[in-house]
Design a protein around this ligand. Sequence first.
Ligand code: UDP
Ligand code: UDP
Ligand code: UDP
Length: 469
Amino acid sequence: MANSDDSHRIQPPHIALLPCAGMGHLIPFLRLTALLASRGGCTVTLVTPNPTVSAAESTHFSTFFSTHPHINRLQFQIPTNSLTEPINKTDPFFIRWSQISQSIHLLSPLLSSLSPPLSAIFSDFTASMSLSQVADRLSVPYYVVFTSSARFLSLAATLPSLDLGGTNDYVEIPDLPPLAKSSLPPPFFDPNHFFTSFLLSNIQSFSRAKGMFLNTFEKFESETITALNNGRVLSLKLPPVIPVGPLEPFNVENGEKSETGSDYVLWLDGQSDGSVVYVSFGSRTAMSKEQIREIGDGLERSGCAFFWVLKGSKVDKEDTVGIEELLGEGFIERTKNRGVAVKGWVEQEEILSHPAIGGFVSHCGWNSVMETARHGVPVLAWPLHGDQKVNAEVVVTAGLGMWVREWGWGGERLVRGEEIGEKIREMMSDEKLRRRGKEIGDEARKAWEGSGCSQKALTEVIDALKRTN
Ligand code: UDP
Ligand code: UDP
Ligand code: UDP
């Protein structure tokens, strides 16, 4: 006989997540998805916009679903041949953001027919405006996933009322330290720039969300998180900020190591602890050949062992230039006993977690910042685009790194090998940074241990969604 209590049993919530284009967006989504299913016990549907821009995105989707068979995949075909509003922009990732937003009405019937019915929708912030309307119509609670720092969110939330004219070198963000104007993404000074208008339209919809997930943790950005949650960063009424970082790699629980990683991990195994500088500018930032050569020169001059990941173009599928051509004749031969330079995808977390790594020359994409914080690796910040200078400010304020502001935005000036080599040496021998790095690594791990703040924050959301089931 059926137990009469069955009908009242609390069911796990069913959550659908929509990531947008770019690895910097996809990686935190995959990690959050895996976490909701594993630690959270949720039923999870991951929406996969198709086609993807980069090969890395499609490879990651395939690996993810083959290693997580219990997670449902909802294919979302994006019509890519027409834009209802053409955009004056060539960045393929930005174009795809637009296409995804403009196609959300096609997702609505797919979401409403899911079984069991949805308890919540988690959306990339770049699709917030359109997806929040769908969530309203379906009467499903809606959350935003903001893939940058809390500090960048505080700036974005103030953007609608910021006065960027005038001679003041700083912008005021209520109850937070002023931010150097030179750290603002250059497109912010042009309200008609695609990125600025797109972001502005999406942030207007943040107030409709029940909460905003950020890949950060209390100890790392405490002042900003507190200010945001006290509603002091006004201009927009933001929902609660839910820090759930640092998000851990999704294959960690399986104890998997990447196959492609084995060669370079073997090389790292042969290096002494803390001796290797890791150099990478993320998944989509290609530098000029001249700048690449100067970095090579800098690495040679630094005298340090190095692990350098290069990109020849913004989209990996178009990256056809050979590594020798990028690096110049003789570099690989000259440095073969001291360093490794690779082109293509590497498992960055695996590298950062290796004891041989003693420092990271990073563009400060926010995922990279969280990963280096998690492993306590000091940073030489070299922000190049978008939110990266604001993120570099956070790194320096936390005591995890140094930043040569004069190096400017990407392509603004050619930074010479001499300066690069000198700064790398300085970072690699800075004991204070190393000590602080260790502390930050401990704090980051605690955020996910026992009743750590990130663990607690996620559990609270899941429990609330269970009750409404
Ligand atoms: N990443 C990686 N291998 C690579 C390049 C990037 O694992 O060869 C990962 C990196 O660890 C991070 C993400 O891709 O998780 C890049 O995001 P981030 O925000 O750091 O920078 P973006 O690529 O968006 O500029
Ligand atoms: N860009 C990038 N990584 C980022 C942000 C921007 O590679 O995280 C690229 C962007 O796609 C563009 C260039 O940097 O090709 C300058 O971008 P932005 O939109 O900031 O300025 P604009 O293209 O208007 O000069
Ligand atoms: N961003 C920006 N202006 C730009 C490009 C990017 O402010 O021209 C910000 C944006 O808010 C985002 C961050 O930089 O949070 C990362 O940029 P994007 O998402 O384009 O790069 P990805 O993370 O895909 O590398």
